[in-house]
Design a protein around this ligand. Structure first.
Ligand code: GLC
Length: 695
């Protein structure tokens, strides 16, 4: 290859493709969003849609829902199905999954990520990556790293401790590379300790390509490159989306003006950057092309198949979380599941019952072939027993816009729903957030922690006339719940994609017993969240710099250690059955320095219906030379149990589970001493503990 051909590999040649080497028969690389499905075709050279007629696909549940399944098998199903759809759409790189940590409920893009705990996010992203890549489609794990909010995302300079980096924000990316074998990583827009993430020497050369031995490509987020010299020497491989319109005829900028285009070629020719940099980039890019576009083993793809729809439905079924399920009358039965014969008139309320939530949200938005809404799903099950009132309206599903809804509209919709609720036996309100700007949407953070568009007033008004209210929240974020004591049944329904209406109906009807658990905490109020306990510099920053002052105490780590209980804790989720845990047993009283300790616990289904329980194992270091969270998730297992069935769950603890990141030695440190293992049904529902000595 000539030097010019090598440099051409390193930058975009269109909005979503980078060059190959035509002279040598090496094809270009085609990339596409997103983490939940293959985005509709974008124009060659602007952000508009090409309006093809053959690019409608399956929308899979958002990744918060996948994380909420706590089931790696669902992750594998997800990766296989989305990989087949990406292959069918002839994409070589799928821009996902996203594994940024849920640090604040105000982050507009949490719905695309996998929660607040690095271990859960790591375990749940690996099978997705492995199965996706078996289709000859590269995962592009994003956004590396510290893109934990959308406000000022393009430049905010994040500062934090080494411990917070290594214990909280890097582990999921590390798992994606070392266990998932990710073929590409997307650099984040923000800065890390003063240097842009897309060409950050420490993050890319030292950690990713050094410590983790990553052999794939670093691709910028679109417009994430800002400096040719840094991009040349600090580990960036492919520059995408820099703000040009690409074609020479329309502006001063062209693809040849990209940082890693003519300016880079110039530095190479002048000897101002080593030739080794271009040879390393070119080798990595060719390896990516050989693994994808030139991979002769890749299978045929497929879209919108029964298998893919079944996978989407099953992932939704396993991810929906039953947060609360109380009886309405003192001695009555819990409101869910809906006993079909019990009700003559089921009123479904809410904009989200009919809103196609595949649209909006930013780059993860999708053009679907089918999309079953919650109302469709409930009508399919309960037929003409179901009536509908909008109740509230959220405006257009548009990226970058936020509609102001006139109070008169909100009031009249609410009045109509209340009138209808007076005649109903059961009310199912499908609300939550949506994919508008300042909601669950890329490019901006939420402006309030509470539900928008008058939903709080609607909930109270409906309860005033009908106590039999089931609240279904479709969102990717926690919300404030001033009405929580009055609402008998609360379901966290996520963004469920093409089969969402069926998944919700499956769960509400009891056809499926819910088994999802929360991948993030629901603080009662925003200031109960660690990211919001230290003023503006901690969140959202001062518009230039930001300091993660809660440090390692993110999510339940904060709630547990500071004794500020969350309204609904990390790992919480109810079932239509009950589970009893036996007393956990340890294989020994002490764990040898380089040995292991096994913990066994029995779990029994003590109810009348089959169900799945997620057994969580946390570890706490009772006495340590540094501050550590009260306990941290180290293992989990999801077990299926028939009524009356009992199974034994075994966990193996090793030294790695006990270490903390030691800043003095810049290494993980094993400190002998007293530890406690917590066997839990949630981060606060402790079913048994075992004290042990680490020798
Ligand atoms: C966006 C997003 C990124 C996406 C890329 C291409 O700005 O941050 O997640 O994959 O650009 O659309």
């Amino acid at each position: 290859m000539t030097l010019e051909e090598k440099v051409a590999l390193c930058h975009a040649q269109s909005k979503f493709s980078s060059a190959g080497v035509p002279r040598l028969g090496i094809p270009e690389l085609w990339m596409s969003d997103g983490p939940h499905g293959v985005r509709a075709e974008i124009n060659w050279n602007d952000w508009g849609y090409a309006n093809w007629t053959n690019d409608s696909i399956t929308a899979f549940p958002a990744l918060t829902c996948l994380a909420a399944t706590w089931n790696p098998e669902m992750s594998a199903k997800y990766g296989k199905a989305i990989g087949e759809e990406a292959r069918y759409r002839e994409k070589d790189v799928l821009l996902g999954p996203g594994v940024n940590i849920y640090r604040t409920p105000m982050n507009g893009r949490n719905f695309e990520y996998m929660g607040e705990d690095p271990y859960l996010a790591g375990v749940m992203c690996v099978p997705y990556i492995q199965e996706l890549q078996k289709n000859g489609v590269a995962a592009c794990v994003k956004h590396y790293a510290l893109n934990n909010q959308e406000l000022w995302r393009g430049h905010i300079d994040v500062h934090l401790s080494d411990r917070a980096l290594h214990e909280i924000y890097l582990p999921a990316f590390k798992a994606a590379v070392e266990e998932g074998g990710a073929w590409s990583i997307m650099g984040a827009y923000n800065q890390i300790r003063g240097q842009h993430a897309c060409h950050n020497d420490w993050a890319l050369n030292k950690i990713l390509k050094g410590d983790w031995q990553f052999d794939g490509c670093v691709i910028t987020d679109w417009g994430g490159a800002h400096d040719t010299y840094e991009a040349a020497v600090n580990g960036l491989d492919i520059e995408m989306g820099s703000y040009t319109n690409g074609l020479t005829s329309e502006s001063a900028f062209t693809y040849d003006d990209y940082y890693l285009a003519a300016p880079y070629l110039k530095l190479l020719k002048e000897g101002k950057v080593p030739m080794s940099t271009i040879d390393d980039k070119a080798s990595r890019i060719l390896r990516l092309i050989f693994r994808t576009a030139m991979n002769r083993q890749k299978p045929y793809g497929s879209v919108c198949t029964d298998e893919h729809y079944a996978a989407a439905r099953e992932i939704g079924n396993e991810g929906i979380v039953l947060m609360k399920n109380a009886p309405v009358e003192k001695k009555g039965a819990p409101l869910l599941p809906i006993a079909a014969g019990h009700y003559r008139n089921i009123l479904v309320v809410g904009d989200n019952a009919v809103r196609l939530l595949n649209q909006g949200g930013g780059s993860s938005e999708l053009k679907v072939k089918d999309m079953v809404s919650p109302l469709d799903g409930l009508r399919a099950l309960y037929g003409d027993k179901v009536s509908y009132a909008q109740g509230y309206v959220a405006g257009r599903p548009m990226y970058g816009y936020a509609d102001e809804i006139p109070a008169s509209v909100t009031d009249s919709l609410r009045a109509e729903a209340v009138e209808m609720a007076k005649q109903a036996d059961l009310v199912v309100l499908v609300g939550g957030l949506n994919k508008n700007h300042f909601q669950d949407c890329e490019g901006g953070d939420r402006l309030t922690y509470g539900l928008p568009f008058g939903q709080n007033e609607l909930i109270e008004a409906l309860l005033d006339v009908n106590k039999n209210l089931v609240l279904v929240l479709l969102s990717g974020n926690a919300v404030e719940m001033p009405w929580v004591s009055r609402v008998p049944a609360i379901v966290q329904g996520w963004y469920l994609g093409s089969m969402g209406g069926h998944s919700l109906a499956d769960m509400l009807s009891g056809a499926v017993n819910p088994s999802g658990k929360l991948p993030f905490s629901f603080p009662a109020k925003l200031t109960d969240c660690g990211a919001h306990a230290f003023g503006e510099l901690s969140y959202p920053g001062d518009s230039i710099r930001q300091e993660y002052k809660e440090d390692i105490l993110v999510g339940y780590r904060w709630h547990d250690t500071k004794k500020i209980p969350a309204l609904f804790p990390f790992g919480h989720g109810l079932s239509y059955t009950t589970f009893a845990y036996g007393k956990p047993q340890a294989s020994a009283k002490a764990m040898p320095a380089n040995g292991a300790l096994t913990l066994t616990v029995t779990v029994k289904n003590t109810g009348r219906v089959a169900g799945k329980e997620i057994v969580q194992l946390y570890v706490g270091d009772d006495k340590c030379s540094v501050l550590r969270p009260l306990k941290e998730l180290k293992h989990f297992a999801k077990v299926a149990l028939e009524p009356g069935e009992e199974k034994e769950v075994t966990f193996t603890l090793t030294a790695a589970d006990l270490k903390f990141y030691d800043e003095a030695s810049s290494a993980w440190k094993y400190e002998p001493g007293k530890f406690k293992a917590y066997v839990c049904a949630s981060s606060t529902d402790v079913r048994g503990t075992v004290a042990f000595e680490a020798e």
